[in-house]
Design a protein around this ligand. Structure first.
Ligand SMILES: [Zn+2]
Length: 596
């Protein structure tokens, strides 16, 4: 049978010739001169510059933003599809420098807005041409007012290269050189961290137990140096916050995610009150794999399932059909992705692992590209649906000014999780093989456990670690203790063994883009689940409301977003409770299916 949809994407519509494209090289040159030129103009702005001048600058700034993003996406696509494309890697370096220039221009823009009197600023944002980005400009202005004087911030930015980001690099190079000895197929191997991690997915418990012990030992071995990196990263942040007179380590991540601490607290509290409803799943799974109590390495372990595979065409049809029932526009969008070759899905060597969606915002066509390796498993179908959800988000907001398209991490996963849930639920309902049904359902519940317990442990750890770090460096042994306690608390003592060196093995603690790279995931997951609960209740009439919500994701706080489009108060438990009830219903179904 011939294949209906191609599994390779079309990047030539953007720039012909891949990493040898002359048009792309020209664009980079253009950005290298235009961004610093705009920065200069912003620096020379008079305080009494009128609305027209501001408008012109903002239009140009946003145009440069979208061109920079387009360049970033193009290079990211090239290097992902062919990890050996050295030309593309080299272009990546140029794009990074351009991105740094754009950030510098953004800082000057923020400072310019901060210099305006309240009166002039209000006049500016009430202008009809600027109104749509009023929220984003107010946000930028506040960011500048909250920081140190521009000259001091510029120094901070320069020093951070070797004093902050460098610790992240230290961490990456430690992880990069690590080799973990492992015996497999009668052979003594040395595995990288990434390779070893995949072995946790073994259906054989003895293998997982061995992987776990070696994993622990390997991280313990490097813990001293990694603790140094973690302590210095946190120390840097705390010192900067002190000078900026910020009293809470949550200030920065909460503001980046446009949410209040009250919402965060209510979310975790409601989760904690519902955790006992997950207990029967832990007990049943333990019984199914023949142990008294699950260990850390059993929580995500797969249950035996049939090895049914689907083709890319079948996946495409299945996803499109399921989308259709919730939102015909989503189905149209998916079809366009398959027909116009917006997806790189071929299973071949030389591709980067993982999956992502990246947008090409120039021309407001809402174009995006999805990268993944499609191997026909149910997990691949979910990933494809997930990334199409991200793409749909980009598509819905395509006509908005660039600044109004920059949604935060906690709502970024809304559309993707929503799309994924539609498809997973349909797959569970339609599965004819009982073993497969059980395995799919278990995977769905395990992802809820990851968001509500595993990520909660990270949050609890980070909160306690920062409190301790204020009084000086925290030793590796104390970090192990803090982590193990956080895991016990987050998993309400349901496990037999924990992973104390998790603080060393989790990359997310070492990123310098976003501190507290944990709670936004849980927020996104539950926010999306709550929206899904709404969609199930309201049927197809919910589609328009859903699109309207997506359109506002970068233009207001999450509290306002939820109140305006869903009529709910995120600082109260009800919305979170509805989402958690869906998780509990899955557990009930799992128990019923496995009750024999
Ligand atoms: Zn995602």
């Amino acid at each position: 049978m011939t294949q209906k949809y191609e599994m390779n994407w079309d990047l030539d519509v953007f720039f012909e010739g891949g990493s040898s494209s002359s048009a792309f090289a020209e664009l980079l040159e253009q950005l290298k001169s235009e961004i610093p030129a705009l920065k200069k103009e912003l620096e020379l702005m008079k305080e009494d510059a009128g609305v027209e001048i501001w408008h012109d600058l903002l239009v140009r700034y946003q145009k440069l933003m979208s061109l920079t993003l387009q360049s970033y996406s193009f290079v990211d696509c090239l290097t992902s599809a062919n990890v050996k494309d050295d030309k593309a890697k080299n272009l990546g370096g140029h794009v990074q420098a351009i991105h740094a220039d754009l950030l510098a221009a953004s800082t000057v823009l923020e400072a310019g807005l901060a210099k305006l009197s309240d009166e002039s600023f209000n006049a500016l944002i009430s202008d009809a041409k600027i109104e749509r980005i009023a929220f984003n400009l107010a946000e930028k202005r506040k960011a500048s007012l909250d920081k140190l004087a521009p000259a001091a911030e510029e120094l901070v930015g320069d020093l951070s290269v070797s004093g902050y980001h460098a610790w992240s690099d230290v961490y990456s190079s430690v992880v990069g050189r690590m080799e973990i000895p492992f015996e497999e197929d009668g052979e003594e191997k040395k595995l990288s961290v990434g390779q070893m991690f995949t072995r946790f997915q073994s259906p054989d418990r003895e293998v997982r137990k061995d992987v776990f012990a070696r994993w622990q030992a390997a991280w313990e071995n490097e813990a001293e140096l990694i603790a140094l990196a973690l302590n210095n990263l946190a120390g840097y942040r705390l010192a900067l916050y002190k000078h900026r007179k910020w009293d809470s380590v949550l200030k920065e991540p909460l503001e980046m995610n446009r949410m209040s601490e009250e919402t965060l607290t209510t979310m975790w509290e409601t989760i904690s009150q519902n955790k006992h409803r997950l207990t029967p799943f832990f007990e049943r799974k333990a019984k199914m794999i023949g142990v008294e109590k699950l260990s850390w390495y059993d929580v995500d372990a797969p249950l035996p399932a049939g090895s049914s595979k689907v083709s890319f065409d079948e996946a495409a049809t299945f996803i499109t059909e399921q989308f259709e029932q919730f939102n015909p526009q989503m189905a149209e969008f998916a079809k366009m992705n398959f027909e116009d070759r917006w997806i790189e899905a071929e299973d071949r060597p030389g591709k980067r692992p993982g999956g992502f969606m990246t947008d090409f915002p120039v021309n407001n066509k809402g174009e995006s590209r999805i990268f993944m390796t499609f191997a026909g498993t149910p997990g691949c179908v979910s990933t494809l649906a997930h990334e199409l959800g991200h793409g749909y988000h980009t598509y819905v907001i395509r006509d908005l000014p660039m600044l109004a398209q920059r949604y935060a991490m906690n709502v970024a996963e809304t559309a993707s999780t929503f799309a994924e849930m539609i498809v997973i639920d349909a797959a569970i309902t339609k599965a004819t093989d009982k073993e497969e049904k059980v395995a799919l359902l278990a995977e769905k519940i395990q992802s809820a456990i990851a968001f509500c317990m595993n990520i909660h442990a990270r949050f609890l750890f980070e909160t306690k670690f920062y409190a301790a770090r204020k009084n000086g460096p925290v030793s590796k042994d104390s970090l192990n203790e803090l982590m193990e306690q956080a895991q016990k608390d987050a998993f309400i003592n349901l496990l037999d063994e924990y992973l104390p060196t998790f603080w060393a093995s989790k990359l997310h603690f070492y990123g310098t883009d976003v501190p507290f790279y944990n709670f936004p995931y849980t927020f996104g997951y539950l926010f999306s689940t709550g929206i899904y609960a709404r969609a199930l209740a309201e049927g197809p009439s919910f589609a328009d409301k859903y699109d309207a919500l997506l359109k506002d994701t970068a233009s207001m706080s999450v509290e306002e977003l939820a109140s305006r489009h869903l009529g709910v108060d995120l600082t109260k438990p009800d919305f979170w409770q509805d989402a958690l009830d869906l998780v509990a219903a899955d557990v009930e179904e799992f128990l019923a299916l496995t009750n024999e």
